[in-house]
Design a protein around this ligand. Structure first.
Ligand code: ATP
Length: 372
């Protein structure tokens, strides 16, 4: 990394070192130092009330904490010790929240052009034409916000935020209020668009599927602090501690590839292991996906017993057994790491011990695929 915070592969570094105390005594004190390439997505993920929105607002310049250092791509946006403060406009960030907050008396086009008051009119129109096209809302240009669906309104909000060519997009659960089909379509479109135009983004979400679908890097925020920052698959495969693991949901998230599809099933490979998965979303052969498997959906058998409803029987070995309240967590090596949760009684009956060979059975309906 260069000394000005710009990294040589074209990524810009986002650096945060902030301490903000609320009257409630809750402290939001993130420390972050992450490179974001053009079009890269950093996901702020964590439980409700952990401080994700506050951190996004600190980056945007919508919070003014007593002690703060915020830098982006070598620019200092806030340095309380040196008395430096840049307004949100000076930071050139585009903010989109859960509610689109459009101006009700303005048309879609005028909403998009709202932040371009200083531009000459022809350039302004060219820019709004471009965004209407990019967000696939050209046919809505003359409509007013009350005549838009939630998904359409959110597309306008994204277009408005992108209009002044921000250097960083800040997205605060912008898809959360939409129904599932609109949510999935819009998040895919926004991700593709930001990749294409090379604008990096920070996205707040507490939806694991959304984090996986959108994110490259992930910062896990719990109790006002960033507890782990890494590539998304690294966070899921190696959560830094139990609290982070718990916030992610107890699940294996494994990079996989779709190799076959037909008759309601798809086959995926995880390394050299083949798994059959119920085909819910019609994923295409050749797609890169994450295969998500919850520990409670993995059952253990000493002998390979073929049960009609259980498609996948994986030969593995017990790595460790650790008690977790009423159950035991059994960590396995099946060619990839996998956890199973079993009752103490089952654990005793199977005479589980580290090193012993075991068969892990997983129903095809218990594996969830998320596009990478
Ligand atoms: P959610 O996912 O529910 O939106 P979050 O992780 O985004 O949660 P924040 O909205 O940042 O969390 O809130 C973190 C904590 O800071 C909460 O306890 C909240 O009550 C507190 N907080 C946020 N803003 C203020 C404020 N202006 N005054 C007092 N407390 C605040």
């Amino acid at each position: 990394m260069d000394c000005d915070g710009t990294v040589s592969d074209g990524a810009s570094t986002l650096r945060l070192d902030v301490e903000q105390r609320f009257a409630s005594r809750f402290i939001v004190a993130p420390k972050l130092d992450v490179p974001l390439p053009p079009g890269g997505f950093l996901v702020l993920f964590g439980p409700s009330g952990g401080g994700k929105t506050t951190i996004l607002r600190q980056i945007a310049g919508l919070e003014r904490p007593d002690r703060a250092l915020v830098r982006w791509a070598g620019e200092t946006w806030c340095d309380s010790a040196a008395g430096i403060w840049r307004t949100p406009q000076q930071r050139r960030v585009g903010v989109v929240s859960q509610q689109p907050a459009l101006f009700p008396h303005l048309s879609v086009r005028d909403n998009i052009e709202y932040g371009l008051g200083a531009w000459p009119p022809d350039r302004r129109h060219r820019r709004s034409d471009e965004l209407l096209e990019l967000l696939d809302i050209a046919d809505l240009a003359v409509r007013h916000p009350r005549a838009l669906s939630g998904g359409q309104a959110q597309r306008v909000a994204v277009a408005r935020a992108l209009a002044p060519q921000p250097q960083l997009m800040l997205l605060d659960e912008p898809f959360a209020a939409l129904d599932a089909p609109a949510r999935i379509r819009l998040r895919r479109d926004v991700r593709t668009l930001l990749r294409r135009i090379g604008t990096p983004a920070v996205l707040v979400t507490h939806d694991r599927g959304e984090a996986l679908a959108m994110g490259d890097l992930m910062a896990v925020v719990i109790g006002g602090r960033v507890r782990q920052t890494a590539h998304i698959s690294e966070v899921f495969s190696r959560p830094i501690d139990v609290e982070v693991a718990a916030s992610l949901g107890v699940e294996a998230v494994l990079p996989a590839q779709v190799v076959e599809s037909g008759q309601g099933l798809v086959s995926v490979t995880i390394g050299s292991v083949l798994l059959q998965v119920a085909d819910r979303d019609g994923v295409a052969v050749g797609s890169d996906v994450y295969a998500c498997i919850r520990a409670e959906d993995v059952t253990l058998q000493v002998q390979s017993a073929v049960h009609v409803s259980t498609r996948n029987h994986l030969a593995g070995r017990v790595v460790s057994i650790s008690p977790e309240g009423a159950v035991d967590r059994v960590s396995l090596d099946c060619g990839f790491p996998l956890d199973a949760l079993v009752t103490h009684r089952a654990s005793e009956e199977l005479k589980l011990e580290p090193g012993m060979p075991i068969t892990a059975a997983i129903k095809a309906t218990s594996v969830h695929l998320v596009m990478r």
